[in-house]
Each structure stands twice: as C-alpha cells, then as structure tokens.
Design a protein around this ligand. Sequence first.
Ligand code: HEM
Length: 188
Amino acid sequence: MSSKSFKQLLAYSIGLIPAAVLVARLLGDDLGANPIEEVTHETGEWALRLLLLTLAVSPLRKLTGWNALAPYRRTLGLLAFTYASLHFTTWLALDHFFDWQAIVEDVFERPYITAGFTAFASLVPLAVTSTRGWIRRLGKNWATLHKLSYLAATAAVVHYWWLVKSDVTEPRYYAAVLAVLLASRLLR
Ligand code: HEM
C-alpha cells in the first residue's frame, strides 16, 4: 500500500472513532433510556459536522493558506456519507423496522424528514462519483455535480432546525458556519 493510501485509510479510521465509541456504548448498555434516539442524534451530528468540514477545506486553504486538509477532502466527504448512512439506516431499521409504507408517509408528510431525505439523496451521487474513475469520466461535469454538496449541507441544516422543538441554539450554530462557507464561495 502506498504511503498516500495508508494516510487516507488512517484518516478514515480516525473518522470512524465516534462510531466505534457509539457501538461500545451500545454494547455496554450506556446509551441512556432511549438508545435508538441517542444513536440517531450522534450519527446525525457527525454527518453534519463532517459535511461542513469537507466544505471548509477550500475556504480554509484560500483564506489561511493552510493546506493540510486538502488531501483528505474526499475521505472527509466519504466519512460524512458513512455517518449519514448509519443515521438513515438507524431510522429505517430501528425506528421503522423497514415498514416502507410508514417510511414513505414520513418522508412526504414530515417536513424535517423530507429535508433529511433531500440531504441524504444529494449525498448518494457524490459518494458514488468520488472515485478517480468517475472524476475522469465526468471531466468538468464532476465539479458541477459536486455542487450538490451545497444542497446537501443546506437541507441537513434545515432538517436539524425543523426537528428541534424549541431550542434552536445548535442548528443556528451550524447554520452560521454553513452561511460563512457558502458566502466565501460567492465572494470567490
Ligand atoms: C432520509 C434521511 C434522514 C432521516 C430519515 C433522518 C431522520 C432523523 C431523525 C428521526 C432525527 C431525530 C429527531 C428527533 O430527535 O426527534 C434526526 C436528527 C438529526 N439528523 Fe437526520 N435524518 C436524515 C438525514 C440526515 C442527514 C443527511 C444529516 C446530515 C448530513 C442529518 C443530520 C441530523 C442531525 C444533525 C440531527 C439532530 C441530532 C441531534 O439532535 O443531536 N440527518 N434525523
């Protein structure tokens, strides 16, 4: 394995530590009264954090010259997709027991689930086309397609904002970070 691939694998493994901690807490019966809710929350927050970190790589490099994260942008994106998939699967399997009718109803009738689904559906083509083969195949369309990441991040923040009952402190914090990241691109 080349040292470059080894570094990517190491970065991906480090990114999976929160998931490993969650599994250990689950096995240790240390997830509180509602383990499914705790797993949903944790995986959702990590998906959003990693998605925003992926979007922060270019502005950070442009504004500060700090380039250390640039080689890991793809790995960060794949980690965001991994946590979003764990989050979505938790909801599908543990929340809805693959009751497809209830799932479809939820997606179309509960706005925060509609927003979450929009975010997840936007991440799927990004994960699929993250390989060198697809980058080559799509050429300059690849960069256009990957602007879907802006929709995914916006839908995820809206999803979080709409699901909280009263205290919007955390969603507001993520919304502010996203606004700065999108504004930095508009300015550019
Ligand atoms: C079909 C896709 C999705 C579904 C069905 C879904 C469902 C849920 C549910 C049921 C909750 C918990 C609601 C509650 O506490 O009452 C939640 C929370 C959350 N989700 Fe999603 N979600 C989806 C996609 C996403 C994606 C793609 C992201 C991020 C990229 C995300 C980020 C979050 C966050 C940040 C929370 C709040 C966590 C907290 O309260 O600490 N979700 N989601």
